[in-house]
Design a protein around this ligand. Sequence first.
Ligand SMILES: [Zn+2]
Length: 445
Amino acid sequence: MDKRLIRTSVDPLVQRRLAINGQMGRKDLEQAQLQALRSTLHYALQHSPYYREQLAGCDPEQLKTYGDLEEIPFLTPHAITKQGHRLLCVSQSRVARVVTLHTSGSTGVPKRFSFSTDDLASTADFFLHGMHTFVNEEDRVLVLLPYQQPASVGELLIDALAGGGIHAEGMWPPLPGGSDLPQQIREGRITCVVGLPQHLLAVSALVSPGELRSMLLCSDYASPALRSRIEENCGCRTYLHYGTTESGLGGGVECLMHAGCHLRESDLLVEIVDPYTGRQLPDGVAGEVVLTTLGREAMALVRYRTGDIAVLDRSTCACGGVTARLRSIRGRMDGCLLPSGALLYSQDMDDSLFLVPGLLDYRVRLDRGSVDQLHIDYMAVPGFMEIVGDLMTMTAKVPAIRDNLASGKLVMGIFKQVDAFAAIHTLKRTLIDQRTAGELYAVCS
Ligand SMILES: [Zn+2]
């Protein structure tokens, strides 16, 4: 293997953006990152009415260590919806893009995140250099993400790659007509596909082994079972991307060692906190991801509670990279309450159900009869028509479901094969709770 390709390409990006000279060690990075944090706090205090109130009395120059961050209050999703424009650090005329995130349920108030042209340029910078870990000018990339709108995630990625001399094209919604895709990949000489895990699983079932070199899984939880099936189906290597709207769409990407997503620490400072006490947790312990944006122009986020669960690792990676890595990323843990009081998480469903050969995607619906019923709609690879038995077996193995079935408080409902699900990029809809009277439905996770 080419030695130059082994070390994560996120390190040189972070080093350049933090203006670190010479060889970058972990200490150099942390000193420069804390300096960027102090600058960000000065900027937020000066330009945002919300932070002027919230950080009143805070002297950014007193922040010397990551532990000192605990003195600063969290920013919650609720504050984002409530404070709205008061979070902005620029006039609205300088906002180049607003991303609206709809929350679960029928009554949720959307959250809005604003980005300036420079903010989008820093995301594009990360997209190109993050992708350099596993693609180069010889690759041709297919992006199965929304790309038609200006500054949409797909368009930013396609433009960023084009700027680096790498051909990229988009398709959204993915798989129109399904069977045309293998032809498009072959004729377009595509070597890398980027998209949501379940869409990439469908692609892996359609292409010939060896046709694709790599896939980048993004925007959603990727269960180990699903990843293994992709790699077994088409023989390509899979890489994870961690990124949310809040992180500026790009956050971190795996290196060739697959030992966690190297974070773009020049633009993001990540803490892991105990979800209940809010206290920082040591590296290696799973907790809630808290983000602080560094150098974000339009809307700085200071200690934003993402609700995502993951593990932080700041040790040197096997690739030699010193940028911190986010490992064991479980995503948002919004559970659906089962009659026993246990919570059902879509991540646990994914871990169990994607072990079933032939399963491409599914949705769980909880409905109320004489007792609660669990229905599953699912998509299967053509040729794997009879997977219902396996699906029922694996569903019953999910601990929260197993216990409820055993106590008779929940029964298996209808398992129905469908041709497609609506392609939604920003709102995961795996568990749909139809038991609550008066509401159309609530999306648990
Ligand atoms: Zn690495």
